[in-house]
Design a protein around this ligand. Structure first.
Ligand code: GAR
Length: 192
C-alpha cells in the first residue's frame, strides 16, 4: 500500500507517522508550510498543490481534481490527512472512497470544524480528545476508527490543550493507520 500524507501545518503529526515507520511515499501540501520542509528534509517526495484563493472565489472542485490527479499519478492507495487546511470536494471521495483518513482534535461528533479546541474550552468541557476517522464528503463525520480522551486542566489555554491532544494523536493516528494498512480495521465499504 502506498501512503500519501496531506498536511498544511507544522508537520508534527506527519513526523510521528514517519517516525512510526509507516511507508509515506508522498507528502502533498496546499501551501508552503513546515510539513513541506520537514518532508523534504526527510527525503520524502513532496508536491504543493497550492490554493490560489482562500475567499469565496475558490474553486474547490477544480482544486480537488488537480490534487486527485497528483495522488493518482503517484500510485496512491491510502491517504492520511494530517492537519490539511483545505476541505476536499466530491472528486476525492469518488476516487478514494473509504481510503482517506483524518485525525481531528476533539471527540467527534462533538466540536467538528476548524476551531474545535477553542470551542471545547469555551463550552467548558472537562474532557475532550482526538478522533481518527474515515473522511467523507460531510466534514468530520465519517466512520470513527479510534478515539482517546484528554482531560482539560484548570490552567489550560488553547495552545496547551491542543499540544496535549497532539501528543495523543502522534501515537493514536500512526497506530490506526498501521491497522488499516494491515487490514486490521474495517475499511473499504465494510461498514454496516
Ligand atoms: C492536529 O491536531 C490535527 O488533528 C488538526 O491539525 C493538527 C495538525 O498538527 N487537524 C484539524 O484540525 C483538521 N480539522 P501539526 O501541524 O502539528 O501536524
Amino acid at each position: 500500500m502506498r501512503l500519501a500524507v496531506l498536511a498544511s501545518g507544522t508537520g508534527s503529526i506527519l513526523e510521528a507517522i514517519v517516525d512510526a515507520g509507516l511507508p509515506v511515499h508522498l507528502v502533498v501540501t496546499d501551501r508552503p508550510c513546515g510539513a513541506l520542509d520537514l518532508a523534504a528534509s526527510l527525503g520524502i517526495s513532496t508536491r504543493i498543490v497550492e490554493r490560489d484563493s482562500f475567499g469565496d472565489d475558490f474553486d474547490r472542485n477544480a482544486y480537488t481534481v488537480d490534487l486527485v490527479d497528483v495522488l493518482v499519478k503517484a500510485g496512491t492507495d491510502l491517504i492520511a490527512m494530517a492537519g490539511f487546511g483545505t476541505i476536499l470536494a466530491k472528486p476525492a471521495y469518488d476516487k478514494f472512497a473509504d481510503r482517506i483518513l483524518n485525525t481531528h482534535p476533539a471527540l467527534l461528533p462533538a466540536f467538528p470544524g476548524w476551531h474545535s479546541v477553542a470551542e471545547a474550552m469555551v463550552h467548558g468541557v472537562k474532557v475532550t480528545g482526538c478522533t481518527v476517522h474515515v473522511a467523507t464528503l460531510e466534514v468530520d463525520s465519517g466512520p470513527i476508527l479510534a478515539q482517546e480522551a484528554v482531560s482539560v486542566l484548570p490552567d489550560d489555554d488553547e495552545e496547551s490543550l491542543h499540544e496535549r491532544i497532539k501528543m495523543v494523536e502522534r501515537r493514536l493516528y500512526p497506530e490506526t493507520i498501521r491497522a488499516v494498512l494491515e487490514n486490521r480495521t474495517l475499511l473499504m465499504g465494510e461498514y454496516a
